[in-house]
Design a protein around this ligand. Structure first.
Ligand SMILES: Cc1cc2nc3c(=O)[nH]c(=O)nc-3n(C[C@H](O)[C@H](O)[C@H](O)COP(=O)(O)OP(=O)(O)OC[C@H]3O[C@@H](n4cnc5c(N)ncnc54)[C@H](O)[C@@H]3O)c2cc1C
Length: 804
């Protein structure tokens, strides 16, 4: 066995094999895969091999399409068959909600360039005669998908990688990992020691255990999963092609042809976590005992929906474990705090996702950038708050919802409430309807009574619509109060803070007492963050950003470390926040402080330490609502007193609480973007209409050269605001934008703008259409609706209200 390698990959399942192949393909030939047993011996060998392009996150769908398309390539290179059955896929809807969901999937696939159509039940039956169509009301057909042979596919990756120079050692168990000072790793195996520059954890079922070797706890657990293979079905005799792979939403069943019989699997509601504390070391090429008693009711639904399956015997039953992260998407990328340690685990659909995961990770390792927008599977989306018990609750929920539709206004209930701010009960008393954001409860909207404090899930406008409208109206006419604790915050202190921030951020660091908005760019000049920089003092800048990206930013700051003497302290949960917004917000706040808040003394984008009542606070004159407003940050122990003070004094000014839903609609009225929606690493600042926040005159900064190039060329895309002729459903994100009868772009956010009384969507279109206003359409739940591109924000385009 080699005693050194550029990269060592731990795990010879389909994911490790794909990472090995992609590293070798991109050019790292000195790469070694270590597998403690036989290749595929974890969850890979007993998989059903189904593959499809469906994912709630559009960019992951793209990588799934890449994965499926890749199989022909590795077959050719390796000479090893992947056992492909590219039958396509069918998704069945049994009710209107499911049908709306299919229409959305279908329209999204259009902008992703995938072949998908809504089909009649007769056509569905033609593609799969085993369906009893009386249980369904509609269906979606997709060209991509089918199934493959798990073992053949894994071996094809490995053989193709070996042809390119990569190495594999089977029956070689990694027992410990020790980092060296220079960032390389000592890998101890039962066959000897290896030194490697990089280590990749692709240990699948054992990903947590391998994580422990490096001192980290990964939020991943395995669930038991059953499928059955029937005896031969007479209904399939004489057919010249296989039936299409079929997903039955309401039955929570998937089925496909397996030789002359069928394979049927279920994601039952009360799934079981397997090995919740530690994966047994000796679980190799093994299955779990079947639990038919528990599963029978769910398979019976399948036998009703596909009656022929119930008329023959069961040839084989499989119960095997495979891993999930709390949201069901993979965990990929480098780990903050550990140099050259990478993960590609929690891949629950290895045959749909393994190729894309391998591609992104290999690019990340070789080029320093994944080369695609993989925010939805970046391991950094989970912080320390995602504990083992949290993961346990969420993976069970995720498993049970695998085939349930997720409505755009739906909040999931597992592991809640977990994190709450000091005013949680106060907001509850005001009938807040809460959402969950990184395990933290935050108010979405406020109902008039406890009995009305719940929201029906729908793709259309919900029962919250009118109440959210009243909240927006209060901000427009008097004053609204919103909790803003769910933002990320960093306290950057030390004499060199300006110099460092000037290097990592694209805008100029503001003067003391002022606020500046700034994009953060990567070397390719793409957006990797948007921040508010508030200069508290010469040697202190308070950064406000997206909380979900806190770890993502921390990892980036490690790559661009602050110099000695500068501290970059994440402090999201130490500072709680409240914001007042609306024309009477100044009068309200002025009644509680001796500071002069007049426009002359405290203009827009001012930031100051001041006492509000007895409470020491950091106050910034800024507001995401587009109206006059203030953000007030206090250390958490003061938040309740601040809330009581503001709400007590606010009565006189017509104060009304508002929540995240209202804020979202109001930011769209102002064409304000937000991270993970409008701002992602596939867009440049010019494309995202953030060009004015990039200061090319201040000297060099990360991404400057590429951003300058983008500015000069104009970029390929443009973020645009649309008013949509919607009926009772607004855009939610990911809808295609049409122009002149073809799909030209996609929606990033949408909502009803109550202050301007329009349905609004933000989205990207080609730069060539940037000055076109007419001829657009946006597809809402399968229906193309006329849309007008607005050349300015719909509310107060000159910003007079904010600056008042
Ligand atoms: C019943 C069932 C049906 C499924 N059906 C489908 C399907 O239809 N479609 C689909 O896409 N997915 C399906 N899956 C999921 C699929 O199996 C997984 O997504 C995939 O196998 C994950 O692969 P992996 O490489 O991440 O993990 P694994 O296959 O678990 O591989 C990890 C490897 O790491 C090795 N390893 C661990 N620790 C060490 C160590 N210390 N040293 C050396 N080696 C180590 C293990 O031996 C193992 O081989 C199914 C799973 C099950 C259980």
């Amino acid at each position: 066995m080699k005693d050194s390698a550029r990269a060592v990959i731990i795990g010879g399942g389909v994911v490790g094999a794909s990472v090995l192949y992609h590293l070798a393909k991109i050019g790292w030939r000195d790469v070694l895969l270590l597998e403690k047993s036989e290749l595929t011996s974890g969850s890979t060998w007993h998989a059903a091999g189904g593959m499809h392009t469906f994912n709630g996150e559009a960019n992951i769908s793209r990588l799934q399409k890449y994965t499926i398309d890749l199989y022909r390539e590795i077959e050719k290179l390796s000479g090893q068959s992947c056992g492909l059955h590219p039958n396509g896929g069918l998704m069945l809807a049994a009710n209107e909600g499911e049908l709306d969901s299919l229409r959305l999937i279908c329209s999204r696939a259009r902008y992703l360039g995938m072949e998908t159509e809504m089909v009649s039940l007769a056509e569905a039956h033609n593609l799969n005669p085993l369906i009893d169509t009386s249980h369904f009301i509609g269906a979606l057909w997709r060209a991509d998908g089918g199934h493959c042979d798990p073992s053949g596919t894994t071996h094809a990756y490995v053989k193709a990688a070996q042809q390119l120079g990569a190495s594999v050692e089977r029956f070689t168990r990694v027992v410990s990992l020790t980092p060296r000072r220079d960032g390389s790793w000592d890998i101890l195996t039962d066959k000897g020691a290896i030194r490697a520059e990089h280590v990749v954890n692709c240990a699948g079922l054992w990903a947590r255990e391998v994580g422990h070797m490096a001192g980290i706890e990964l939020p991943v657990l395995a669930m038991e999963h059953h499928y059955l293979i029937t005896e031969d079905l007479p209904e399939l005799t004489g057919r010249d092609r296989e039936i299409i792979n079929t997903t039955d939403y309401s039955g929570e069943i998937y089925m496909r042809q397996e030789r002359r019989g069928a394979l049927i699997g279920t994601y039952e509601p009360h799934g079981v976590v397997w090995a919740p504390l530690m994966t047994p070391d000796d679980f190799t090429m093994q299955l779990l005992p079947e639990d038919f008693e528990r599963l029978a009711p769910y398979f019976e639904v399948g036998f009703r929906h596909f009656p022929a399956l119930g008329r023959v015997g069961i040839r084989k039953a499989v119960n095997g474990p495979f891993t999930f992260a709390p949201d069901g998407n993979p965990l990929v990328g480098p780990i903050r705090g550990l140099r050259n340690f990478w993960v590609a685990c929690g891949v629950m659909a290895g045959f749909s996702q393994g190729g894309g995961v391998g591609l992104a990770l290999a690019h990340w390792m070789v080029d320093g950038d994944p080369g695609a927008d993989i925010w939805g599977m970046d391991v950094a989306r989970y912080g320390d708050w995602a504990t083992l018990a949290y993961t346990n609750a969420k993976v069970r929920e995720n498993y049970s919802r695998r085939f349930r539709i997720r409505f755009p206004n739906e909040e999931l209930s597992a592991a809640r409430p977990l994190r709450t701010t000091p005013i949680y009960e106060r907001l509850q008393d005001q009938h807040a309807v809460f959402g969950d954001y990184c395990g933290l409860e935050h108010a979405l909207w406020f109902a008039p009574s406890a009995a009305e404090a719940n929201e029906a899930v729908t793709f259309h406008r919900s029962n919250a619509h009118g109440h959210v409208g009243a909240e927006c109206q209060a901000v427009r006419e008097s004053v609204g109060l919103i909790e803003i604790s769910n933002y990320g915050k960093f306290d950057v202190t030390g004499a060199g803070c300006e110099e460092w921030l000037s290097h990592v951020m694209a805008n100029r660091v503001p003067k003391v007492g002022r606020i500046a908005l700034t994009p953060m760019l990567n070397e390719r000049g793409k957006l990797i963050g948007d921040f508010t920089m508030a200069r508290v003092a010469h040697d202190r800048v308070f950064l406000v950003c997206t909380y979900a990206a806190e770890d993502y930013y921390r990892r980036w700051f490690e790559r661009h470390p602050a110099p000695a003497g500068v501290s970059v302290r994440p402090c999201a949960m130490q500072y709680a926040g409240l914001s007042v917004a609306g024309p009477r917000s100044r009068a309200l706040l002025q009644s509680l402080t001796h500071e002069d808040l007049s426009t002359a003394a405290f203009p827009f984008l001012t930031f100051r330490q001041m006492d509000v009542g007895m409470i020491p606070a950091l106050v910034g004159r800024i507001s995401f609502t587009g109206d006059l407003g203030y953000e007030i940050w206090v250390t958490s122990e003061y938040q309740r007193a601040l809330y009581d003070l503001l709400s007590g004094a606010g009565a006189e000014y017509g104060l009304k609480l508002f929540g995240g839903r209202a804020l979202n609609g109001m930011r769209l009225e102002k064409s304000f973007g937000t991270w993970a929606r409008e701002y992602r690493p596939i867009y440049g600042p010019h494309e995202a209409a953030l060009g004015r926040f990039v200061d090319f005159g201040k000297g060099d900064f990360v991404g400057r050269a590429a951003a300058l190039e983008e500015k000069e060329s104009g970029g390929a895309l443009r973020l645009a605001t649309f008013s949509v002729a919607a009926a009772d459903a607004d855009a939610a994100g990911d809808e295609p934008i049409w122009h002149d009868g073809r799909v030209v772009g996609w929606v990033t956010s949408g909502a009803y703008g109550h202050r301007v009384r329009r349905s609004i969507a933000l989205g990207y279109i080609p730069a060539a259409l940037a000055s076109t206003t007419e001829g657009f359409e946006i597809e809402l739940i399968g229906e193309r609706r006329a849309a007008r591109r607005e050349s300015a924000a719909l509310l107060d385009p000159t910003g007079t209200r904010m600056r008042a």
